[in-house]
Design a protein around this ligand. Structure first.
Ligand code: CA
Length: 231
């Protein structure tokens, strides 16, 4: 279980991110200012740090600079919209990635997973030797251990349910899955009285995220039955 330190002075945002990370199985702690955040980083071992740029006492750039004198803990810088110079500067100071407020929590989770995976590979620990199970369909690749979906190098951010729906369709290529079957497989419903149009709604969400303009949808509708990904 990875330990993530959140250094962010907006309490609501910090608490929200913390709860979401815990929900995903991470261990978290929050520090509300740059000085105590830096002390926490230097005194303990963290797998990654989410670091706000504008912080009381010590700003994020200064915190990054001081961390880098001592440690290589991966840092994702959180910046306000349009602070392009600060973002570049953050990366120059040694941050590993940045995310712009306001951000979707799925995007943050995907970046964090990607960062931790990269660190694992670079550090050559035993996880790096573990074979990543991937499933692919056309140019979409799902890395199952990372729960990461990408098209070539571009990460596609999906919610948990969208991810499970996509994976289920991809693992059953060329099999038409009825709406009832999908409800059972993805949502865990066994009761046939539940409205099946929730499946249609989620297929629409998924198409909006994975389909390319002007090209056939990745997911084919089988009228009156359900959905399929055909090769
Ligand atoms: Ca702030």
């Amino acid at each position: 279980m990875a330990k993530i330190l959140i250094i962010e002075d907006e309490e609501n945002l910090a608490n929200f991110v913390s709860l979401e990370l815990q929900h995903e199985g991470y261990d978290t702690e929050i520090q509300n200012n740059g000085r105590t955040g830096l002390e926490e980083v230097l005194n303990n071992n963290w797998d990654a740090i989410l670091l706000d740029l504008m912080l009381p006492e010590l700003n994020g750039l200064e915190v990054t600079r001081r961390i880098r004198q001592m440690k290589n803990t991966p840092i994702i810088m959180i910046t306000a919209r349009d602070d392009i110079m600060d973002r570049v500067s953050g990366l120059d100071h040694g941050a590993d990635d940045y995310i712009v407020k306001p951000f979707a929590i799925e995007e943050l989770l995907a970046r964090l997973r990607a960062l931790l995976r990269r660190i694992d590979i670079e550090s050559g620990d035993k996880k790096a030797n573990k074979q990543q199970t991937t499933v692919d369909y056309r140019d979409i690749i799902v890395e199952k251990e990372n729960r990461l979906v990408r098209r070539r190098n571009e990460v596609i951010n999906l919610t948990k349910r969208e991810y499970e729906l996509l994976l289920t369709l991809m693992e059953n290529v060329n099999t038409v899955l009825e709406r009832e079957k999908l409800l059972e497989m993805v949502w865990g419903y066994e009761n046939n009285n539940i409205e099946t149009n929730v499946v249609d709604v989620y297929v629409r969400y998924l198409r909006n995220k994975i389909d390319l303009p002007g090209e056939d949808s990745y997911i084919q509708t089988v009228r009156g039955l359900g959905y399929v990904m055909r090769t």
